[in-house]
Design a protein around this ligand. Structure first.
Ligand code: SAH
Length: 230
């Protein structure tokens, strides 16, 4: 089954962009996922194909028009995919949410610009707001790319080594342990001896300890009981 993504954006030329190379790019070629862009400008009004206007009630910036965005969303047609709006007000993306989306049929993703979008279209088209973190981007496109990048690597068959998905930061509820590779000695620094011992049980115990230590130091919030991984 292909994960189908449809992106509604003022800047379709930004896609696939970084999603066209490496792991995601190969997965796109191999049809593990599909990407369709809908150019918001095509639904613009008047000679200048306006998509935005000044905010009701005054204030800075511009707002994407409800009618323009509504028509763009309706052009996708009805299907079972969730309709998402990239938005700093949304549910903050985490690995659990990424997994939920990756297990579904795909997503229709609306990218905001300017001050944001008319509230009526959010309500009337049932858009779920998704944030990628507590900071403000200039537009939803990079946020949509981050969302898709995180989803695509979880799709069946995408990651060469199926194992390598399960031990990562967050998947275990912990930050990941440190990694080492060649050379054995670099600038006078060696590799923790245990890793060269060949004792797999001891190595696993060490990695677990390191992960717990790091998580305690850097992200104690992840250890709270209400932050349970699925
Ligand atoms: N005025 C808005 C910010 C608008 S930023 C506010 O204060 O909440 C312009 C667009 O960038 C938004 O509509 C959204 O689509 C996108 N965007 C900005 N920051 C984002 C974030 N943290 N997560 C997801 N999308 C974001």
């Amino acid at each position: 089954m292909t994960f189908r993504s449809t992106i509604i954006t003022l800047y379709p030329e930004m896609f696939p962009g970084p999603l066209g190379v490496s792991l995601a790019g190969r997965a796109l070629e191999e049809k593990a996922w599909s990407l369709e862009t809908i150019a918001l400008r095509e639904f613009g009004k008047g000679k200048h194909k306006n998509v935005d206007d000044t905010p009701a009630g005054g204030g800075a910036g511009m707002v994407l028009r409800a009618d323009v965005l509504g028509e763009a969303i309706d052009s996708v047609g009805q299907d079972t995919r969730p309709r998402l709006l990239m938005s700093p007000r949304g549910r903050v993306l985490d690995q659990q949410y990424v997994r939920e989306l990756a297990d579904g049929p795909g997503a229709v993703i609306v990218c905001g610009r300017f001050e944001g979008v008319d509230q009526r279209v959010i309500d009337a088209r049932g858009l779920t707001e998704v944030s990628i973190g507590d900071y403000i981007l200039s537009g939803g496109e990079p946020a949509a790319m981050i969302l898709l990048d995180a989803i695509v690597r979880l799709l069946p068959g995408v990651m060469g080594n199926e194992q390598s998905g399960t031990n990562e930061s967050f998947e275990t509820g912990l930050l990941e342990h440190p990694h080492y590779t060649r050379p054995q000695e670099w600038e006078g620094l060696g590799i923790p001896e245990i890793l060269t011992s060949g004792n797999h049980k001891k190595i696993a115990d060490w990695q677990r300890e390191q992960a717990e230590k790091l998580t305690k130091e850097r992200r104690p919030d992840l250890l709270l009981p209400n932050k349970k991984e699925s």
